[in-house]
Design a protein around this ligand. Sequence first.
Ligand code: HAM
Length: 414
Amino acid sequence: MIDLLPAQTERWQKVESVVRGHFLRTGFKEIRTPLLESTNLFSRSIGEYTDVVGKEMYSFCDRGDRSCTLRPEGTASVVRSVLEHGLLSQGPQRFWYGGPMFRYERPQNGRQRQFHQIGVECFGIDSPLVDVDIISIAWDIFKDLGIVDLELQLNSLGTEEDMKNYKSLLVGWLEDRFDHLDIDSQRRLKSNPLRILDSKNSNTQMLLEDSPSLLESLSSESIERFQYIQNTLKSLEIPFVLNTKLVRGLDYYCHTAFEIVSKQLGSQSTLCGGGRYDRLIQQLQGPPTPAIGWAMGMERLMILLEDLIRPVSNPEVYVISRGDKAKRQALIVSRLIRHKNISVEIDYSQSAFSKQFKKASKISARWAIVIGEDEIKNNYYRLKKLQSANNIKGEEEINVEFSDLNNLIDILRD
Ligand code: HAM
């Protein structure tokens, strides 16, 4: 779990504001759910035999002896909330969320135990156009942030029936080759055979090259649906590649499954993942409701944006003063200026003016307000425009009476 220091939080805020803009324009409303949920919400939705539920959850008993879990993802919590508040009776719903998630994974670059997701969930629309719409939103966010070299990988898992057929086909095929599988995949053959498809073991991957393809088990309706989605993506000029081994790590998916990956992220290459989950709401005792969503990992996004976003939150005004009365006046004027929505930083040091000026230039303030003995005696502020770090003397110097706040604000806004 990592701390985010100001140099990072400023960049995060910039990204968050770009993302918020997209959600405003696409009609997604923000939902905030608790970090802590009842453990069985996740085991019932994500799947008991997934890695997330089987070995990565932060679960504990609270003082009332209830098993609680720090949320490992957002989808289950959003579904719980939507059901609890009866929102599905109000027609299709589109939500976005952001915040920390927790998984006890082996930490490495792009993988933490506390990480942050921004995600969307869309309920009540079966049309395959929505699948393309929500993929395009993620795609456009990344483009808008200036990220290049992304790959959209697409697959269809079909219906529950399609998946059942495929599972038995795959299990039969793998059982014939049991001895060639790595230990982890041998274990998964019983519990979660589809996950063997994205095994990281290179021998297993080589073996799987000839395995039956999921697409071959799809019904004609599922194939038609998948084809329609591909054609629509093409007409939106969103490039994609088919990845028939993409099954995702959570059990609730059906039909569309997708990931947006970047080679620049190394082994943790998935920046965004999602898909359709038409069965989940019913599984959690809700009415049958089609649903689809995705989540992106903020930390991975920030790795890609490291060189693209520079923090720029320097104060516009730096107040320089010497002497007790001047220091107090510095505080008074700073507060008045802040009330007018202008950012101000105060130098509290007793350093010489020259040193305080240097600091003002270093943080790239636009103006310095100087208050010394003379200024206190004559009731005025001395304003200096600081052009750049190389020009610490500045060009303009203007005196403004203490009482003439309007004039002071006009000058600072100029
Ligand atoms: P997920 O693929 O488990 O999907 O996670 C989505 C994204 O969260 C990943 O692509 C990755 O960027 C980020 N992520 C996951 N684990 C970590 C970690 N340990 N450290 C850093 N980043 C991580 C879900 O969570 C689904 N709920 C997505 C979804 C929403 N499907 C439908 N709606």
